[in-house]
Unconditional design. Sequence first.
Lengths: 394, 311, 422
Amino acid sequence: MLTRKLALSAVVVMLGAAACGSDDPPPRKTARSCKWVIGTLGALSGDYASIGRPIFQGIEYAIDEHNLGSDLPCDVELRAEDSQGDSNQAAVLARALVEDDRLVAVVGPYFSGETLATGRIFSQADIVFITPSATGATIDDQAFTTFFRAVADDAIQGEVAARYIASLGPNKVAVVHDNQDYSKGLAEAVQEGLGDVATGPYVIDPGETDYSAVVAEVAQANPQVIFYGGYSTQAAPLLRQLRDAGVKAPFISDDGAKDPSFGELAGEEAAEGAQVTCPCADPAQIPAASSFVEGIQATYDRPPGTFAADAYDATRLIIEALKGVDKEAAIEDVRRRVLRFLSQVDGYEGVTKTYSFDRDGQVEIGPEGIWIYEWSQKHGDFRALGPASDLIDG
Amino acid sequence: MDCNAGLLGPTFVTGLILGFIYALIALGYTMVYGVLKLINFAHDAVFAVGAVGVFYIVGQWLGLTENLGGVALVLVVLLALLIGGLVSAGGAALLERFAYRPLRKRGAARLAFLISAIGASFFVTYLLQQDFLLGAGKRGFPKFMATERAFVLFDSTVTNVKFLTVVVAILCLIILDRIINQTRTGRSIRALSEDVVAAQLMGVNVDRVILTTFLIGGFFGGVAGSLYAMQFGFVVWNMGFIPGLKAFTAAVLGGIGNIRGAMIGGLLLGLIENMSVVCIDAEWKNPIAFSVLVLVLILRPTGLLGEKIGG
Amino acid sequence: MTANNRTFTDFLNESAPRLAKALPEGALKAMNVPYRGWQRMGLLRYLVAIIVMASLPILMDKDIIPVLNGSFGINILFITGYWILLTLGLSVVVGLAGLLDLGYVAFFMLGAYTTALMTDSGSPEQFHIVVWPTWAALPFAVIVSMAAGLLIGAPTLRLRGDYLAIVTLGFHEIVRQAASNLAIVNASRGIAAIPSPEFNLFGLNFEFGLDNEYYWWFLLIPAILGAVIMIKRLDHSRVGRYWTAIREDEVAAAAMGVPVVKMKLWAFVIGASTSGVAGWIYAVNISYIAPNSFPLLQSILVLCAVVIGGLGSISGAVLGAVLITTLPEVVRQLSDQQKIFGFDPETGRIAIFGLALIVVMIYRPGGLLAARRRRTELSEAGLSDAVSGTADEPTTSDHSTSDTTTIDEVIDDRPAGEDHTH
């Protein structure tokens, strides 16, 4: 623990110094005697690190930014646990977090499987866990008492994706997925939304590299649009193989495929024009979010990635909940207070959306929360086309 | 079991192409098995290091990442295959030297070899996963060869890279067949696989022949790895695992230790897999491939062509 | 001491066969072989083991044990505990009977799935007819795991060792992929909300949950001790001697009348039994399982643990489990998730364990804590090795009739290059 504390205080000092210029000594608040910990749990390394890192940056940035001008009686510290996206590991680390008697709330876990494996642990400990990215629709059924979700779930995303695809006017859509929980749920929602227009689902094996048989099936079906439910690590090679086989139909995928490495893996020509749906607004397109975008860019030397803004908002919500809490308060009371705050929050203005949660802890958001992005080789990343609702109408 | 008749043609072609890759990798298992009577569990890692070698040497050091054409393209492709083959051959030699030879000298039992090989495979694979090497994600392979449609066969588009894969695989198989059956080295390898003691008495240098076997098997594994990465456009730390398992199945199917058997087994397995996707369901592709393996092992443990290494 | 000693020993001796009624006939026979090892080994060791094991969670709870403290430490202890069950089981298969099983975690997975499907009202509807109490699922989890051992063992155990390895590896993948494909087990979505057990004793209600994590560990102590006793007794019985004979020299064993295939099958089945228990306790503890919770890597890691700890050695199996599960957690906490010489603590450990397998095989084939009755097959050159090489040949797999194998044929077949020339 010691090294982490040192590292963090160093970061805070540096940030403070940077913010205040070099002339006057930074007006550092005297070290407060107490400390509150916000935990986070997700894939910070391993196969899914490219998904986890932007989320983590959003959280870290929110806390560092807050600590520069904190008006809370206690320091807020981030405690990060790296599950690598593995739900077994997440269950172990959740216990480590719960064990921390300064922990006030958790921003995470990042994936649905992890959330299912850890929800009971957080719920029983009465600790709020707010996920900025686990979109699995089955989490709501588990009756986790302290669960909150800051984004729209896959049921909404699938429905909107289907409507968006239908608005393109195809008479045949091939639905493909990789048989993992997330991918399958989303693909099924899309297929249902499309009705008779959809064919499939065609299933690939995520462990494989050669999708030639499925590509041949899709090629034979000769669809006008292809929807793929899954992650970029399969989506991009699949797109490449489809194009190699002469399948020219537009390729639409989901937030799991929204990854800057998409272009490299799919190949430049194949990637160009590929679209993804995502329950994440692009903060760069929202004027009110400009300081957040600039801050992330300055700190991490890259624009905010997928779900960074939602993670930032989730963290800000927790910090907001801590306002007015007495420094002497027992940790259980602090935790309960965060829970009450989130249950009652009504129209909190976040970076990209406003927050109110329903009784299941789901942020109240409709189809306008789903955005469409398109790969642009010139930018080397996905670029926002706008909210799906605008595109469908237009 | 309702096979989509319209798909039989295209999947036949794609299955065949996949089968050639399997056959190339299967050679490595078969060569080592032929002389040592041991399954080289670390051959999947050997396959991967070849592709990773090309990724680093051609992509990162030489920086040949632009689409090339004409003579330059031919030279670079040959260079890439050669580098892949040599890196893998080196890897296989190291494997023999450090994971196998000490055990051979001690006369350890089969179990020890297997465990040591599994250790080597996981060591290399997870070393590749560390951030100072490839890291966790897939990495784009240098694209010096633009993918273009070469021709259409049975409604299936065959790209230039796939065509190259088939040509190289056939060439490699013919060359290897010649080496084994017509050269002095090949004779030593055959002798060793027949009878170690007799081979020694006839003046065969056992250590050297075994090393040669690993080098040859590794070389073809590396060529296969480079072709694989060129075709699919990326390298990844665990890229050897599934193809290795499949190639092993292919080797057993054709008769492990038998070089022509490896080729037949590879093609058969590629076809079975792709046909199963068309006739049953893609999710069941791997369970079906493994079930074929189990059935072959139980019903005909020596494979289709038997275990004799020479033709 | 003597009087008490004897009664307790008698009690154990009486209850062990009863316990073994669930075991197959061969194992039962073996249990009845008079065994005087109890007195020699001393109950003292068991008592000390129990006291140490029982006090660990208390020390952790009081934060006396550094790093692994509180419920986090107790949870690590729990994980290590069910891993010990896994390593003990695999140690029977690989260490005692000499069969390389690369898909051992498939049995664990089957145990966990059986539990989840029987007890969880959230499992798919086909299983809704009766929702079983958590405890009732335990014997079924064990039986399903053992039956799976029988099922995969029966057709494949005639194969030579390296083929067996690849088939078991394939078995793991088949089971895992079947679970991800079959809608009747919720496919890749997995099963959530598996209930935890409750336990009523003299009006006291013990509810297993997250509030009192150490209950779980106290559930594991008898399971581990039971497994240890079972394995020790089997090892010292006729079955154990058969296993030794098969592992040493299958041809000779067959010639001496050892029912080779049958005994190999026992090894598989008995090895699978502990993983059934582990699967049950894992499922009811974590409450959410999915096919992705059982990657192939886990099978390999269990093998690493057994080999590094010491094949066929009980203390080795325990040490192995600790090295694979506890050590990385400690390192992770101490290193504060920083990289260690560029190695990621989670994935880097696998590279290091892989290397350790090679090193152990070359320099210390018996493992770190080698079994006392460590035999020759991993360490010494000699005829018996070469024989065990051929013994696996499929053509001669039915050894009861293959007594024509000559020494010359045998020598031909050993791994080449065992230098006679140097």
